[in-house]
Design a protein around this ligand. Structure first.
Ligand SMILES: [Cu+2]
Length: 150
């Protein structure tokens, strides 16, 4: 039995070495004092067809995946259950589109801080991958252009 456990561990190490999902340019919008919500944005690419199904961060009491939509000339956002990640295609979570809503913030988010974000991606077979990324806090006026060096 021990041998099998070791093999499973080895296999999972190999799997993580060949990550199915990569995340770039993760950032969070800075907050002003007393502000209890903020948005997190990033670019995510899955090697296989999958969905982003859960998000979280230790800085927030609650986190949701949101979609911003134009409804009757008003920008409105609503929670969505998941974001589709077509194989090999970079999907951008950006202001005005999909984003991670951080709610019940435990403190102000200051420019330059590094915030951990947890993402859960589920593939077609229901297999889940947990990804932890660090998001940089950018000033309120920051754009989600993502034209940053690597
Ligand atoms: Cu939102």
């Amino acid at each position: 039995m021990k041998r099998i456990a070791a093999l499973v561990l080895f296999a999972s190490l190999l799997a993580s070495a060949h990550a199915q999902v990569s995340v770039q340019d993760a950032w969070v919008r800075a907050t002003v004092p007393q502000q209890s919500v903020s948005g997190a944005f990033l670019r995510i690419t899955s090697a296989r067809d999958a969905r982003l199904v859960e998000v979280g961060s230790p800085v927030a009491g609650r986190s949701e995946i949101h979609e911003t939509r134009l409804e009757n000339d008003m920008m409105k956002m609503r929670p969505v259950a998941s974001v589709a990640l077509p194989a090999g295609k970079a999907v951008e979570l950006k202001p005005g589109g999909y984003h991670i809503m951080l709610m019940e913030l435990k403190g102000a988010l200051k420019e330059g801080q590094s915030i951990p974000l947890m993402l859960v991606v589920e593939d077609k077979d229901g297999k889940r991958e947990n990804i932890e990324v660090k998001a940089t806090v950018r000033p309120l006026s920051a754009h989600g252009g993502g034209h940053r060096g690597h």
